[in-house]
Ligand binder design. Structure first.
Ligand code: PEP
Ligand code: MN
Length: 344
């Protein structure tokens, strides 16, 4: 259920509605728009009296939201959410609405030198956030698993120096506190999209989260995973379409390009596209990145390596720095056409 307040309803009316929702056993979530406030009610709705709420001063209407993902839905929050990443040691990079972001870097942080080299390369070509795995979810337990906290320290120092917020994957609830000082965005990998304990744990922080779509998750499942974090109070959720399993075996995963406009219709949350993990082959990556942007994404997250043959993870899909530079120029043009802009 959501309560839509009248335009410019006084704060006292909003407070009264919140108090009444709590008295009836509901949990209120506020969404303050430019002109009006919307209050989402989650919890056992049976006990919340819709007619009573509708009669309170300042209330315009009370609506039943049929969508299972209430806080992630556009009914609850009409305008696009703009997530602010970084701040403090690094500039704030906005994602959402008219703000596009390019998150680039290696798949995994292999050593300090390679991180700095790739970071400088992508930075000079226009990337505004740095990616790199410190904890890696690998299909085989014998594959390289990441340098852990050591890599987090390198990422932090590098991001600070190059003025790029850092985005890196959290795999386990036990890593959330450890990673807090080092990262600007918690990345939740595709394989963890339904790790509900992890979703709740990052939901308790207020740090932005990049939530990848699960390999076999519907858009609805994906938004319900976002809902876990929103319900814990973390409003800074960025969705990431990275491809799903299908019968098509010419590439690693099938990028569901349609999910971009679908998500934008159903939800107010920003969405970025990952062209690297679906293609699995660098020659396909630029076309898919451009398609994602053209479909209306608020940016991309992309893997880059200057020597992919030596990469410890995902080498075949890593773009060479010079290809990335060329792509970045094209992405900026598509962003302009779709009414967005990449921050410097
Ligand atoms: C990654 O970004 O390196 C990664 C492992 O992605 P995904 O979870 O989408 O497979
Ligand atoms: Mn990867």
């Amino acid at each position: 259920m959501i309560v839509v307040m009248k335009q410019n309803a006084p704060q006292a009316c909003v407070d009264r509605v919140i108090a009444e929702i709590e008295r009836m056993g509901g949990r209120p979530h506020l969404s303050a728009g430019q002109f009006r406030t919307v209050i989402g009610i989650v919890g056992e709705e049976v006990s919340v009296d819709q007619n009573h709420l509708a009669s309170i001063d300042g209330v315009e209407k009370v609506l039943q939201v049929m969508k299972p993902y209430k806080l992630a839905s556009r009914d609850f929050h009409e305008d696009d959410t703009v997530v602010q990443v970084g701040g403090g040691r690094v500039p704030i990079v906005k994602i959402g609405g008219a703000n596009a972001a390019c998150i680039a870097g290696p798949c995994t942080v292999e050593n300090e030198q390679m991180l700095w080299k790739i970071a400088r390369q992508v930075r000079s070509s226009g990337a505004n956030m740095l990616r790199g795995g410190a904890f890696k979810p690998r299909t085989s337990p014998y594959s390289f698993q990441g340098h852990g906290e050591t890599a987090l320290k390198w990422l932090r120092a590098c991001g600070d120096e190059l003025k790029m917020p850092v985005c890196t994957e959290v795999m386990d609830t036990r890593q959330v506190d450890l990673m807090e000082p080092y990262t600007d965005v918690y990345q939740i990998g595709a394989r963890n999209m339904q790790n509900f304990d992890l979703l709740r744990e990052v939901g308790k922080t207020h740090k932005p989260v990049l939530l990848k779509r699960g390999l076999a998750a519907s858009v609805k499942d994906w938004l319900l995973s976002a809902e876990y974090m929103l319900n814990e109070g973390n409003k800074n959720v960025i969705l990431c379409e990275r491809g799903i399993k299908s019968f098509e075996d010419s590439v690693r995963y099938t990028l569901d390009i349609t999910s971009v406009p679908v998500v934008k219709e159903w939800s107010h949350l920003p969405i970025v596209v990952d062209p690297s993990h679906c293609c699995g082959r660098r020659d396909l990556v630029p076309a898919v990145a451009l398609a994602g942007m053209a479909a209306g994404a608020h940016g991309i997250i992309i893997e880059v390596h200057y020597c992919p043959s030596e990469a410890q993870c995902d080498g075949p899909q890593a773009l060479l720095p010079e290809t990335f530079a060329e792509l970045m120029g094209q992405l900026k043009e598509i962003a302009r056409i779709t009414g967005k802009q990449f921050a410097a």
